[in-house]
Design a protein around this ligand. Sequence first.
Ligand SMILES: NC(=O)c1ccc[n+]([C@@H]2O[C@H](COP(=O)([O-])OP(=O)(O)OC[C@H]3O[C@@H](n4cnc5c(N)ncnc54)[C@H](OP(=O)(O)O)[C@@H]3O)[C@@H](O)[C@H]2O)c1
Length: 269
Amino acid sequence: MSYSTLPMPGMGTFRLKGEHARDAVLTALDLGFRHIDTAVMYDNETAVGEAIARSDSGRDKVFLTTKVWHTDLAPESLQASIDGSLQRLGTDHVDLLLIHWPSPNQSVPMSESLNALKEVRDTGKARHIGVSNFTIAQIDEAIDVLGEGELLTNQIEVHPFLQNHAVVEHCQQRGITVTGYMPLAVGRVLEDPTLMAIADEHQLTPAQIALAWLRQRNVVPIPASSKAQHLQANLDAMTVELNDEDMQRIAQLDRHQRFADPDFAPKWD
Ligand SMILES: NC(=O)c1ccc[n+]([C@@H]2O[C@H](COP(=O)([O-])OP(=O)(O)OC[C@H]3O[C@@H](n4cnc5c(N)ncnc54)[C@H](OP(=O)(O)O)[C@@H]3O)[C@@H](O)[C@H]2O)c1
């Protein structure tokens, strides 16, 4: 099977390591997740690969994403990075390869990194390519380099407390799917009174309300969990319909609260 769009939801794997990561991914696949998000930097590709190999779902039913770190964006390093990822993941291709963060201070020009990324796709090691943590200006520059329709996604932080409207809408207008990372604000959504109230009204959980809100903005959520009950809840959230009033109440929660902001991050929009 070959996916042309990103299955919703994906399963995030940041912070999951070793057997813990393997068991969580195996549980997710058994429950019906079809999209797993890893990265070289997460140091869990071997565990993710083991889970996919052990799962009944089979490699061809899993949309598998990995990412190349910003220190490996020079063409030779990028090629070595994907080769290492494929070896650890135990597969001959990933479904999506992302540039994890833009090159700080453009130390590797985008024309070099993006053309190297495209070469990975052209040689069949990645079915699709994309970026992560790119600003509006960087998205436009990337499209100038590669042309329209080449990048599948921009993976960025999106949750009710960082709604990221400008970047989301710009990417969507330019034909790039937005993937929302930290969709549960790393657990903070669970304690929010507005989300708790909406959850009560729907007899759901605040986490499910947050994920349904992302889906209704056409943002692909990739929540991480190691618990079967939470993984199942996250799958079920994709069939939840929020009404206009729910969406408006959640719109009020935006406070530009960013959780992923390392010192090498770009100047955010
Ligand atoms: N591209 C990037 O730069 C970037 C940066 C950060 C993250 N990411 C990706 O985005 C993924 C998600 O981000 P994240 O893991 O930092 O944060 P997150 O998904 O917002 O939150 C994860 C936390 O939520 C809990 N949780 C999950 N489902 C739940 C549910 N249904 N009910 C209650 N609690 C629930 C988990 O605990 P339990 O284990 O107890 O369920 C975990 O503590 C990462 O794993 C990674 O793949 C990408």
